[in-house]
Design a protein around this ligand. Structure first.
Ligand code: FES
Length: 362
């Protein structure tokens, strides 16, 4: 540090400790006596007396049709008052229509809140549109575009700052540092390209098929035991089944896991394929057609199969058609029969892709 760095003492104008003019002009100086009055300025420029004359108005102060504007003014004011009343109505409905235990009270409250809020916003919106269209001048203004480029001195200053930065960083002077930094950057730049490999290969038709095939037994997922129709004592309940021999193959099970449900005679209806059922037992894919969660819940009384993830609900008596929720296609039905020993077997793979609907388009 030089002897003058950080110095804040007094020097007379025109001289510094080293006698330099430039140094002296930057140094603070003491003012003795009453300072001269500050230059008269307004916040936005020079004082009124120095200001150039105001440019002529570009926008007319009033609309052409004064009588029409007066009518529009009344309409707009009426709409705003309506919006105000509707707003108060919203508050009154919120306070005056408390939610009770019944669904009717919820319905009444929601209806009143919705209508009052809707009317308030609509009246405000319509009023604002009429205000703009009928009361504001309809003129087209153009503004000359200013040059976007920085002035040459700014660009020169930037280049100078950049050069200084490069020098002081030692990036140019020390080639070992520069080269090792570049070498360290190269793999990081390549990393995103390597990750592109995860986009392929395309699945082709792999996702359309599961391991189910003709003659493959259905076994209980927990025990691996094959099932005879007679093992179902009575209708009701849902059993998760998997293809025999694949108990430890997670890749296969993630698509092939299925559920079987037994019904009373006559309960199964179209579009259930009755030819693929055995003694009123039907098998469906367990993979939800929304985004693939396992449909794990079954309501015996309503015959609804529920997906716990987003509440998709399927009608088990009607080909697992969608009753509710984001899934948009039924759970695929597994063609099922019995083998020579009387055990439940698949007659083929699923006829449509299992799981999320977008696989159909894959
Ligand atoms: S995954 Fe089943 S409803 Fe979303």
């Amino acid at each position: 540090m030089s002897s003058t760095e950080g110095y804040t003492g007094d020097f007379p104008p025109g001289g510094g400790p080293d006698g330099g003019e430039a140094e002296a002009s930057r140094a603070p100086h003491r003012v003795i006596g009453t300072p001269p009055p500050a230059e008269q300025r307004t916040l936005l420029g020079t004082s009124e007396s120095d200001a150039p004359p105001a440019p002529p108005r570009e926008l007319p102060a009033d609309p052409d049709d004064l009588a029409g504007a007066s009518r529009a003014e009344k309409i707009v004011a009426a709409l705003f008052i309506l919006a105000m009343l509707a707003g108060f109505g919203f508050i009154a409905a919120y306070i005056g229509l408390p939610l009770g235990a019944s669904l009717d009270s919820v319905l009444r409250s929601n209806l009143a809140l919705g209508i009052s809020m809707g009317v308030a916003f609509m009246a405000m919106g319509v009023g604002a549109v009429i205000w703009v269209r009928r009361l504001m001048p309809d003129v087209e203004l153009t503004e000359a575009r200013k040059p976007l480029a920085s002035p040459p001195e700014d660009r020169e200053a930037f280049a100078e700052t950049f050069r200084e930065g490069a020098e002081t960083s030692q990036f140019v002077k020390r080639p070992i540092l520069r080269r090792s930094l570049i070498a360290a950057t190269v793999p990081l730049l390549l990393a995103p390209l390597v990750l592109l490999r995860d986009l392929g290969p395309l699945p082709g038709t792999k996702l359309r098929h599961t391991v189910w095939r003709k003659g493959l037994r259905l076994v209980i997922s927990d025990t691996g035991r094959p099932i005879r129709p007679a093992d179902f004592g009575s209708p009701g309940g849902m059993i998760t089944v998997i293809p025999e021999g694949y108990q430890t193959n997670d890749n296969a099970l993630v698509k092939a896991t299925a559920i079987i449900i037994k019904f009373e005679p006559g309960e199964l209806k179209y579009p259930t394929n009755l030819k693929w059922t055995v003694d009123n037992i039907v098998a469906y894919s367990k993979i939800c057609t929304h985004v693939g969660c396992p449909v794990a819940l079954y309501e015996q009384t309503t015959h609804h199969i529920l997906c716990p993830c987003h509440q998709s609900t399927f009608d088990a008596t009607k080909g697992a058609t969608v009753l509710f929720g984001p899934a948009n296609r039924p759970l695929p039905q597994l063609p099922m029969g019995v083998d020579s020993e009387g055990y439940l077997v698949a007659l083929s793979d699923f006829k449509v892709p299992v799981g999320p609907s977008f696989w159909e388009r894959g």
